[in-house]
Ligand binder design. Structure first.
Ligand code: ADP
Ligand code: MG
Length: 702
């Protein structure tokens, strides 16, 4: 799959039609056109076909491979709309309209009223020709009822009843409205491209005894890169030398700089503060955090929210209905009532046509969602689709994984209890070796407590048993490190230690050898976040954990959850979430929040799966619908706030647009609305809706 920018695409309905045409084309069925971001993904071998489909529907729109984009000036990628012939034409048309209205009398006194015709027809053609042309072209392609058709029929009709100033005004305001909408769309795309600015474009790599600058795509895992103060870290890696404060705000939304030293991980896209860093690259650029973030954000708008889908379908029936209504309105009253004049009712029908354009809805809804997704990503919340953003507003149950999600997941080894005949050092040594290959928080803390180098070659037959622990052969001896369940499973008798701490039991060659007591801490903002969720109307916060009852009950108490389930294996968590889902009322949704370790199946199963923290956990990234770039539970609250705000804006737009239209329709039928009013209402509403939608993009939090 290759990424393309779609240059010059500024009509949401055309985008929908292009997409529909793709769906009927071999090889392009699954291609989604992201109008809001101006992005398209397809297999490079279909580029030609895709372009030719676009040419038929929207000539002038070009597919530009994203790779080529960097060599193209930005001003090229986004059309320069400010001082275009388009603006000039609108200006001249406006001048002619004013002349025509002010000197109407004079112009009409010319032979055959030629002066008047010349002025108005010229003005009309200046702004109207592109519209008429489009309407004709679309009709030739079998697409009849669209806004161009409506505008063309309405204005030509106005000419027919000699309402020439109105005809010009309708076209002119329509053109101005379109133009301003383009500006707004362009602006919101630009703010996404600002986001794209976090994308690093140079890496300084140690090659053949010197530092060489390369594009980050060319750098390989294991190579050494140098990042100077003030520079962007180009690739994910581990600090080898140096220490510094790094600004992670572009990636995680966290405003406080983070201190990193030798041995710490740094993510591509963060900005190095004060120190010089040598970093060993740990991930290829394509798999790095920035690239993933950008892909997620850009692709997000491809998954459309139900409201959005509804509106597209609605527009498709709404327009023909209004057109039929207009025809009836023009024809029926004069037929039925003998005193009714055809001309009066035709005028009213034309007003109806002008007002029937669905543009405001079609364009403002995707922009609203796109803005919401953009605002969220600025706070380190990556939402994979407008559908998830929308679904967040319907959440009634939030299920949390405990370890690493609501607790720090950074355990401190508190005590080691060796079995008679063993030493504490021996227990820790074997446990650390057994835990060598896993990312589980328990394993990390045991390795940390051991704090010496581990020789991986001593570990054979390594096996991680999910929800239990580890079995491995170390120096030829079979070592188990895990919970009581693990040792029981392997037929080893232990004395369970009655304690609320998390306990890792260790067995060597079938003999119980000792236990390690670990303590975890509830995250600082966890309790407040759960409280905030309740205040936002979430019915229940539920805690799931693989940990034992004794330690879960303490955490549950401290957190103030509504219910908790302990001692769960990963498959039990799945069953539990299935059960909770069955208990939901209709239209209620369940969110699962986990750290992505051992919980990918639950992430996938829940209505909305939220993964926290480490972008390295690939399975979680795939399975999750929302990714929180840092581990603060507070981010869930923010995500919900953004979702509600976006939904509110979208609903406002729907109500505004439909409300004003309904009003003008009634006024038109009663003969109280002029065509001037109709065109102001239409263009005005579209603009208001677009401006309103762009508020989501700037949303900073309640
Ligand atoms: P949770 O994230 O809810 O704690 P997990 O499924 O990750 O659930 O783990 C459940 C339990 O399994 C842990 O509390 C621990 O007792 C045991 N366990 C899992 N992985 C390991 C491991 N690598 N080492 C030791 N114990 C483990
Ligand atoms: Mg877990």
């Amino acid at each position: 799959m290759m990424k393309y920018y779609v240059q010059g695409l500024d009509c949401a309905q055309c985008a929908a039609r292009i997409e529909a045409e793709f769906h009927n084309t071999e090889g392009l069925q699954d291609t989604r056109l992201n109008f809001a971001a101006g992005v398209l993904h397809l297999d490079a071998k279909y580029e030609g076909i895709a372009q030719s489909i676009i040419d038929q529907i929207e000539p002038g729109v070009r597919l530009i491979p994203a790779e080529a984009e960097r060599s193209i000036k930005e001003s090229n990628l986004y059309q320069n709309v400010l001082l275009s012939p388009r603006v000039l034409r609108m200006g001249v048309a406006l001048a002619l309209l004013i002349i025509g209205v002010v000197w109407g009398e004079v112009l009409r006194r010319t032979p055959f009223q030629a002066g008047e015709y010349v002025v108005f027809i010229t003005a009309y053609l200046l702004v109207g020709l592109p519209v008429i042309w489009r309407a004709l072209k679309n009709i030739s392609q079998g697409q009849v009822f669209d806004e161009y058709f409506l505008m063309t029929v309405a204005t030509l009709g106005a000419f027919a009843i000699r309402a020439m100033p109105e005809a010009v005004a309708v076209m002119l305001f329509y053109a101005v409205g379109e133009y301003l909408q383009d500006l707004a769309v362009d602006r919101s795309r630009r703010s996404v491209s600002e986001l794209i600015n976090v994308r690093p474009d140079r890496a300084r790599v140690w090659l053949e005894d010197q530092w060489i600058e390369l594009p980050p795509e060319k750098v390989e895992i294991g190579q050494l890169i140098l990042v100077q103060p003030g520079e962007k870290v180009p690739l994910d890696g581990v600090v080898l030398e140096g220490d510094s404060y790094v600004d992670t705000s572009a990636i995680t939304g966290e405003s406080l700089p983070r201190y990193v030293k030798s041995g710490d991980e740094v993510m591509a896209g963060v900005i190095n503060g004060s120190g010089l860093l040598k970093v060993r690259v740990s991930r290829p650029f394509a798999a790095s955090s920035v690239v993933k973030i950008l892909e997620l954000v850009e692709n997000a708008a491809e998954r459309k929210a139900p409201t959005e889908q509804f509106m597209t379908r609605f527009a498709a029936v709404y327009t023909p209905i209004v057109v039929i209504g207009a025809v009836l309105l023009a024809v029926l009253p004069p037929l039925i009532v003998s005193t009714a004049s055809f001309e009066v009712w035709l005028y009213r029908a034309l007003v109806l046509l002008v007002i029937s354009c669905p543009c405001a809805l079609v364009i403002s809804i995707p922009l609203g969602y796109f803005g919401g997704i953009g605002a969220a990503s600025r706070q380190g919340i990556l939402i994979k689709g407008a559908n998830y953003l929308d679904a967040l507003t319907e959440v009634s149950t939030v299920v949390f994984d405990k370890t690493g999600t609501l607790t720090e997941g950074v355990f401190q080894v508190q005590d080691i209890l060796p079995h008679p005949g063993r030493s504490a050092a021996e227990i820790l040594h074997y446990a650390a070796l057994a835990e060598i290959h896993t990312n589980h928080p328990i394993a990390r803390s045991i390795r940390e407590a051991y704090a010496q180098d581990l020789d991986a070659s001593r570990v054979e037959d390594y096996q991680e048993i999910k929800g239990h622990g580890i079995e491995a052969k170390i120096d030829g001896r079979i070592v188990l490190a895990g919970n009581a369940r693990l040792l029981q499973l392997k037929g080893i008798r232990i004395q369970e230690i009655p304690h609320h701490k998390t306990i890792v039991y260790v067995a060597i060659d079938g003999q119980y050898a000792g236990a390690i007591l670990l303590a975890d801490q509830v995250k600082e903002d966890a309790r407040d976040s759960l409280q905030a969720l309740k205040e936002m109307g979430i019915e229940s916060n539920i805690l799931l954990t693989g940990d034992r009852y004794a330690s879960a009950v303490i955490a549950a108490e401290e957190l103030g959850v509504d219910a908790f389930y302990a001692g769960l294996l990963p498959e039990d968590k799945v069953a539990q979430v299935e059960d909770l889902k069955r208990q939901l009322g209709s239209g209620q949704k369940l969110v699962f929040v986990g750290d992505g370790i051992n919980d990918a199946p639950v992430l996938a199963l829940s209505d909305i799966g939220v993964a926290m923290g480490d972008l390295g956990a690939d399975a979680a990234l795939e399975a999750a619908d929302i990714i929180l770039m840092d581990g603060q539970p507070q981010k869930i609250v923010q995500a919900l706030e953004i979702a509600h705000f976006t939904r509110k804006i979208v609903m406002e737009n729907v109500v505004l647009a439909l409300g004003v239209k309904a009003l003008v329709v009634v006024l038109a039928i009663l003969g109280l609305a002029t065509m001037w009013a109709a065109v102001f209402a239409d263009v005005g509403v579209a603009l208001l809706a677009v401006l309103n939608a762009s508020r989501t993009l700037r949303y900073e939090g309640a």
